[in-house]
Design a protein around this ligand. Structure first.
Ligand SMILES: CC1CCN(C(=N)N)CC1
Ligand SMILES: CC1CCN(C(=N)N)CC1
Length: 327
């Protein structure tokens, strides 16, 4: 088996987690993103104005690189950022787990938010390859390529609050969680680790959903984005909360003690966040920005890092399930 384990280091404002990956002998810090399926890196063939401050991959320095002639890719993300470029194949090693011919996408252009995000040298998409953007032929993700060689066809995410956590490929490490892992079935038809989430709790009081959009487990999104009626119900219990369109979400007085928030993971477990773990950022001396926000009617609920970092998360490619445990 080819199990592998790497650190997941939180970026300064905990907006993302970065992990060291070796491609053709070159090491870069990449953002593992279960909400997408493209593996791409900043490259030496980008304008310096876009790559300054980043590590870049130089295909001509890799003895194992091969070009995917005529192929290209182009992706845009929920936050409006985007990237595009060319494609090749190389040996990818993530903490000892190795794929000898991984489709690797080299950026020839990225949007401003990637250039300014200097710790992020690219992404490892860990969603399903039905949403990979490579043309003329979609290519498999690192996990899809290695899954059958792993001890178990799983990867786990132990993201931490203000500390370095880890991603593990091939094993579920019992030292990383307590109690039971609560699994739910995954519907991969949209390319995400998607599951039903039909109830929620605010301050311990359970409510039935109204919009009831399916949820995805998404390591590449910072916040928890719930249906707008759920966000309104939550902040309705926070006396100083207002929807501040200039900030793009709900803000409140940082001195408030926030109610707990729970979200169903499938039909028999509610993942509950403590009030103290819900604030995402302080935006001025008195005002805080919530880690729970509405999805603007997006039709999907996104369980991002604000939630994932409070739990141990298991992505099971064999059973096509997703599970969380306390830790
Ligand atoms: C549905 C969206 C969730 C956020 N995204 C992502 N993590 N790459 C994009 C897709
Ligand atoms: C999936 C996300 C990764 C980080 N992003 C960024 N640096 N602009 C946004 C997309």
């Amino acid at each position: 088996n080819e199990n592998g384990e790497v650190d997941a280091a939180p970026e300064s404002n905990e907006s993302e987690y970065l992990s060291p990956v070796t491609v053709g002998g070159q090491s870069l810090n990449l953002d593992f993103d279960t909400g997408s399926a493209d593996f791409w890196m900043f490259s030496s063939s980008m304008p310096l104005s876009q790559s300054q401050g980043h590590s870049t991959f130089n295909a001509s320095k890799s003895s194992t690189w091969s070009v995917y002639k005529g192929a290209s890719w182009e992706i845009s993300y929920g936050d409006g950022s985007s990237a595009s470029g060319t494609v090749g194949f190389d040996t990818v090693d993530i903490g000892g787990a190795t794929v000898t011919s991984q489709a690797v996408e080299l950026a020839t252009g990225v949007s401003g938010s990637f250039t300014s995000d200097v710790n992020n040298d690219g992404l490892v998409g860990l969603g399903f390859s039905s949403i990979n953007t490579i043309q003329p032929q979609q290519q498999k993700t690192f996990f899809e390529n290695i899954m059958d060689d792993l001890e178990q066809p799983v990867f786990t995410a132990d993201l931490e609050d203000n500390a370095t956590g880890s991603y593990n490929f091939g094993t579920i490490d019992p030292s990383e969680y307590t109690g039971d892992i609560h699994f739910t079935a995954v519907d991969k038809s949209n390319g995400f680790w998607e599951f039903a989430s039909d109830t929620y709790t605010v301050g311990g009081n359970k409510s039935q959903c109204q919009t009831c959009s399916p949820a995805i487990a998404d390591t590449g999104t910072s916040l928890v984005l719930v249906d707008d009626d759920v966000a309104a119900a939550y902040y309705g219990q926070v006396s100083s909360a207002v929807y501040d369109s200039s900030q793009g979400g709900y803000t409140y007085n940082c001195t408030e003690s926030l109610p707990t928030f729970g979200i169903a993971i499938g039909s028999d477990y509610t993942a509950t966040l403590q009030g103290a773990d819900i604030t995402f950022a302080q935006i001025d001396s008195q005002t805080c920005f919530g880690g729970i926000q509405g999805n603007s009617g997006g039709g999907i609920q996104i369980m991002g890092d604000i939630l994932l970092k409070q739990f141990f998360a298991v992505f099971d490619g064999g059973n096509e399930t997703f599970g969380v445990a306390e830790k």
